[in-house]
Design a protein around this ligand. Structure first.
Ligand SMILES: [Zn+2]
Length: 183
């Protein structure tokens, strides 16, 4: 069920403000088939909607917490999303008239449609959250990834930075022997 709905009849040309809580339950279901999960607190959606003829201009701000998965260690990455959004909603029956000219003029703004006397913002809010999530979330820039279990780690004497390479040991011995012979 849609949570963020504006009734067209409540709108006029001077505009109106709305404030919604973005509940964790809403986040959980909206993000169900994505890489993201709901955070530990509720978010908020504040919008100002203004009618202009049949079109409705919606401007607002989304604040929410979502959890992504670190691309290196698979740990949780908490993302605090805080972004503004703007969209122009036109009546559903205008969709067919959508000319290229309009698209070019409004290329900076999302264009969407409403029907049934109401504007449903849920898809737009969801889209915002998805766009805000990085392609490769990292719990920290310095994340070293999944720790290799001790029994799978290569022996220190081979790959350790300071210890001499064990494979050179016979050569070192030979060198010692040769040096001694020269004395
Ligand atoms: Zn990580």
């Amino acid at each position: 069920m849609s949570a963020f709905v504006l009734q067209i009849q409540d709108l006029d040309e001077s505009g109106r403000d709305w404030s919604f809580a973005i509940g964790k339950d809403w986040l959980a279901s909206a993000l169900a088939d994505t890489e993201l999960r709901a955070g530990s607190r509720d978010g908020s959606l504040r919008v100002h909607a203004q009618r202009n003829g049949l079109d409705v201009l919606v401007q607002g701000r989304v604040e929410a917490q979502v959890i992504a998965t670190c691309a290196r260690c698979l740990g949780d990455v908490t993302l605090d999303v805080d972004l503004s959004l703007a969209a122009l909603f036109s009546p559903e029956h205008m969709r067919a008239d959508d000319s290229e000219e309009i698209d070019v003029r409004l290329d900076e703004m999302n264009r969407d449609y409403y029907g049934g006397g109401q504007i449903v913002l849920d898809p737009m809010v969801r889209e915002c959250l998805l766009l805000e999530a990085p392609m490769k979330p990292l719990c920290s820039e310095a994340c070293e990834g999944i720790a290799v279990p001790a029994h799978l780690r290569p022996p220190e004497e081979i790959f350790g930075a300071s210890a001499p390479d064990a494979r050179f040991a016979p050569l070192l011995k030979l060198k010692e022997a040769l040096t001694k012979n020269e004395e």
